[in-house]
Design a protein around this ligand. Structure first.
Ligand code: LRH
Ligand code: MN
Length: 388
């Protein structure tokens, strides 16, 4: 059993990256509901992220999305983040909202369109130079809707060519993390549909290319923790996009729909030293708070990751190994369930107290008066959203 102080030390050192777009308006094709106090620009998004970090102590990094977070001076934005006690993390590219990308971006049959998409990806690396970010996070909506619409193999060639050009541009200490997704917005083929496709491209590219596992991007029933264990073994797990879902890419709060799955995933992370910063796994949230208050939702999500992490760190690995190696099926399962069924909230309250934080981050948030302040101040202007 990992000793309690080691578990608490790991929990104090946890780093969870929150998404700038999680603070803005988002919705579905049916409706995007506005909410009072929603940020109007990346500076206000960082201010909200800083409050999440202030009450949880483990969310010091914010990922940006370009062009949603484009500013005239990214150095100034990075300095603003620092002044707020946070820093800018992954830079997310966006080649899914321009009319030119109707039938693809880096996989588009027209080389002119591919050129435009690659130029955007290269611009994102320039932004990383200015913000000091390590990761270029790539997700492509590219795909087809009807059989025969385009050549599956030719699209892979185009993708590989684009990724290779961007890979060459990466500076020291910079990486590209390639996200896969089964479907949506494409409904017949998606050019990076699964972990194997992302993994294969990353292998070809080299050590600076790793895979992003978005927990909402799999077919129902897929064993995500197997993928995580496999990629960790290959040293090819770059990042998580945490969220949860009941059906498709619902982007609900992580741990809300399936806390047991989140625990199983983080058990594989803990068991394979995935929490060791040296292994370079980024733990990001990628969520949309369509109907719920956004900042409390992100605080709750951070707490859900903390709780699943604490349970994973409490797994008695010696007992697990002993029961597994003797084929004690029920015994081995019981070891894992003991950890999962442990109420870790008192342990986390202790950890927060040791970090000079309120044991209840949501209560702490309420006492900040931040919600009332931003609702009063952020009047006029255009609330940030996906701009779709
Ligand atoms: C695509 C995705 C990707 C982001 C977007 C906000 O579904 O998961 O990570 O670019 O959501
Ligand atoms: Mn994602």
């Amino acid at each position: 059993m990992k000793d309690r102080s080691a578990v608490k030390a790991a929990l104090r050192a946890q780093v969870i990256e929150t998404p700038s777009w999680g603070y803005g308006n988002s919705g579905t094709r049916f409706k995007v509901f506005a909410q009072p106090g929603v940020p109007r620009d990346p500076f206000e998004k960082l201010a909200d992220a800083a409050v999440v970090h202030a009450v949880t102590g483990v969310a010091p990094v914010v990922s940006l999305h370009i062009p949603w977070d484009r500013v005239s001076d990214f150095g100034k934005l990075a300095a603003h983040a620092q002044a707020l006690g946070v820093r800018i993390g992954a830079i997310n590219s966006n080649t899914f909202q321009d009319d030119d990308y109707r039938i693809g971006s880096v996989c588009h049959p027209d080389p002119t369109v591919r050129r435009k998409a690659i130029a955007h990806l290269l611009e994102c690396v320039d932004i990383m130079d200015a913000t000091g970010s390590r990761d270029l996070k790539l997700w492509f909506a590219d795909g087809t809707n009807y059989p025969g619409q385009d050549d599956i193999t030719a699209r892979q060639d185009r993708l590989a060519e684009a990724l290779s050009e961007v890979y060459t541009r990466l500076g020291d200490g910079q990486r590209m993390v390639l996200e896969y997704k089964l479907f949506e917005p494409s409904f017949y083929t998606t050019d990076v549909p699964d972990w194997g496709t992302s993994y294969a491209h990353c292998l070809h590219l080299g050590p600076k290319a790793k895979v992003v596992v978005d927990t909402g991007h799999h077919a129902p029933g897929v064993n995500i923790e197997f993928i995580v264990a496999f990629l960790l073994r290959e040293k090819k797990l770059g990042a998580f996009d945490f969220n949860s879902r009941f059906y498709a890419d619902d982007d609900l709060m992580v741990g809300a729909a399936d806390p047991f799955q989140l625990f199983r995933i983080l058990h594989e992370v803990a068991k394979n030293d995935g929490f060791d910063p040296a292994n370079g796994v980024a733990f990001m949230l990628d969520q949309c708070h369509n109907i719920e208050a956004k900042i409390p939702a992100i605080i709750r999500s951070v707490m859900n990751v903390q709780e699943a992490t604490a349970k994973a760190l409490l797994v008695d690995l010696d007992a697990l190994h002993a029961t597994q190696s003797t084929g004690d099926v029920l015994g081995a399962n019981a070891v894992l369930m003991d950890a999962y069924n442990t109420d870790v909230r008192p342990l986390l309250a202790e950890v927060r107290a040791e970090m000079a934080l309120d044991p209840d981050p949501l209560a702490a948030y309420r006492t900040t008066g931040h919600a009332e302040k931003i609702a009063a101040e952020r009047v006029g202007g255009t609330q940030a959203g996906w701009g779709a």
